[in-house]
Ligand binder design. Structure first.
Ligand code: C2O
Ligand code: CU
Ligand code: CU
Length: 530
């Protein structure tokens, strides 16, 4: 394992070129075989502008030999890729057929707070929620998922997540691949611990603290899939839809990724990197060049986040749940001469997001991702005794009657929080739906300084977009300099946040950690604009 430590050290030092040496990484391997890459179906508004989405339970097979209880949108697991045109009105009809309350949040969509689908926009079981949303934002790759406070992690993990692409019809002109499922591939990255049975999501209290990670990596709901691609430029739209895992993606043969867009839209021009970190909630669009016709694997480096020193029990747990291999296989790309390659040349320029001007900020605010470790350790010791041991997986003896619609044995962080008193914070105190933490002026820019303590946390804000000014005092990586709504904070990050969407008191917007266990445990705050 010495070389793994060396590699981690190298990562910390930012020596990306060091990573490309075959000696350390085992060089290029033959692409692995696997199931074909599933493609989320393309769904566009009908003639009347309507998009129907139905959230329901189902069963899903991550592998041919296994099947697990799941939930999905217009299908048993995950959802469609909804493509909407900028400048149009879209009438959503979101049916909740889950048998329990839910919400559907449009992560990345510019919508006023009453249409945002946050914790205040509850859809009752059997009800249909019909927000009419005027699409008014740059072309971008977004997504949607439930956001019921305390139940987000469990519901999202069941498979309730879909994709939402805003298009302006200009991709041809930009010289970008745009044939859905052919040379324009949405890739939903997740990890799973349980692949078989009735209870996919069984976090214990340690998982609430670290975030729930799995031992299997899934892309679009398949483990280690293979995507046939044209032998040319292919657009990969990455979404990290895992509850907690950070992905550190690289091609096994070290070929470059050309990042063309982040959460909020295009970059000024493609930015090249060999290693791309994507935190939960983040999106990056990448061009990959397969014109050499050689199959290649996509791999991810280990996610060390959350393995901080909390004593032996914790280390044992972290060790047991970590991926066995140094570097995990994500998927393979297999160039196929039978698929016509549309594009071979990288575009020279895209859409310039302009320079962020911190001088325009009206206010500065500081936030601390507060794990409340001392308090939670104390609560956990107590909860552990009550619940039958902290290493024992699920807590025993819980009253599930308050959680109608759940399968037998399903638990969520909310259950742990309620029964053990665990809580986390970002706004000075654990989340409270009745408390407004920030009032920002509509149309203003503010500088938000975010700090972490024990581990890195992905920050996400609804109803606002930001630019990353600095990370630990230094300029961020070039692909992090465009418009974003989610960013991984490890140490200190300074953001220039633009508040440009209305939120009244009754329906505030959220800002939170996108490790869903943390969000559910209260690492979330609320703001309004006035
Ligand atoms: Cu992706 Cu508040 O969420
Ligand atoms: Cu969001
Ligand atoms: Cu967090």
């Amino acid at each position: 394992m010495t070389h793994a430590l060396t590699r981690r050290a190298a990562l910390r030092l930012g020596l990306a070129s060091f990573l490309a040496t075959p000696f350390l990484l085992g060089g290029a391997r033959a692409a692995q075989s696997g199931p074909p890459l599933p493609m989320p179906p393309l769904l566009e508004p009908d003639a009347s502008g309507k998009i129907a989405l139905r959230m329901a339970r189902g069963r899903h097979s991550f592998m041919p030999s296994a099947s697990i209880a799941s939930a999905g949108i217009n299908g048993p697991f995950l959802g469609p890729l909804v493509r909407v045109r900028n400048g149009t009105n879209v009438i959503f009809a979101v049916e909740n057929a889950l048998g329990e309350i839910t919400t559907l949040h449009w992560h990345g969509l510019f919508a006023p707070s009453e249409q945002d689908g946050g914790p205040h926009n509850v859809i009752a079981p059997g009800a249909i929620w019909q927000p009419v949303i005027a699409i008014n934002q740059p072309a971008s790759f977004n997504w949607f998922h439930p956001h019921v406070h305390g139940e987000t992690a469990r519901q999202a993990h069941l498979g309730l997540a879909g994709l939402l692409a805003v298009t302006d019809g200009g991709d041809r002109e930009r010289g970008l691949p745009s044939r859905h499922g052919i040379d324009d591939l949405p890739l939903i990255l997740q990890d799973r611990r349980v692949l078989d049975g009735e209870t996919p999501y069984t976090p214990d209290m340690m998982d609430v603290i670290h975030g729930f990670r799995g031992t299997h990596i899934a892309v679009n709901g398949a483990i280690g899939p293979v995507a046939p691609v044209p032998a040319g430029l292919v657009r990969l739209r990455f979404l990290n839809a895992a509850n907690a895992r950070n992905f550190h993606l690289r091609f096994a043969d070290g070929r470059p990724m050309h990042v063309i867009a982040s959460d909020g839209g295009f970059l000024a021009k493609p930015a090249e990197t060999a290693l791309l970190t994507i935190a939960p909630g983040e999106r990056y669009e990448v061009l990959a060049d397969f014109s050499d016709g050689t199959p290649v694997n996509l791999v991810t480096l280990p996610d060390d986040n959350g393995k901080f020193g909390m004593g032996m029990m914790d280390r044992m747990k972290a060790f047991a749940s970590s991926l066995a291999a140094d570097e995990a296989h994500v998927m393979a790309f297999a160039p196929d001469a039978g698929i016509a390659a549309d594009l071979r040349a990288l575009p020279g320029s895209l859409d310039d997001p302009g320079t962020a001007d911190p001088a325009k900020a009206e206010k500065r605010r500081d936030f601390l991702f507060d794990e409340r470790l001392a308090e939670n350790m104390a609560a956990m010791m107590q909860g552990g005794q009550m619940g039958g041991g902290m290493m024992g997986g699920q807590m025993g003896g819980m009253d599930h009657s308050a959680h109608a619609g759940r399968a037998q044995g399903e638990t969520g962080p909310a259950v742990h929080a309620m029964t053990s008193g665990m809580a986390m914070a970002i706004a000075g105190a654990p989340f409270d739906m009745g408390r407004i933490d920030v009032e920002a002026r509509l149309g203003s820019d503010e500088i938000w300084t975010l700090s972490t303590q024990e581990m890195a946390h992905p920050f996400h804000i609804h109803g606002a977009s930001f630019r990353v000014l600095t990370k630990n005092g230094k300029a961020p990586d070039i692909w992090e300099t465009g418009w974003k709504d989610t960013v991984l904070v490890s140490g200190k990050a300074e953001l220039l946040v633009r508040f440009n969407r209305p939120a009244a008191k009754e329906k505030p917007f959220m800002f939170h950690c996108h490790i869903l266990e943390h969000e559910d445990a209260g690492m979330m705050g609320q703001f309004i604009t006035a």
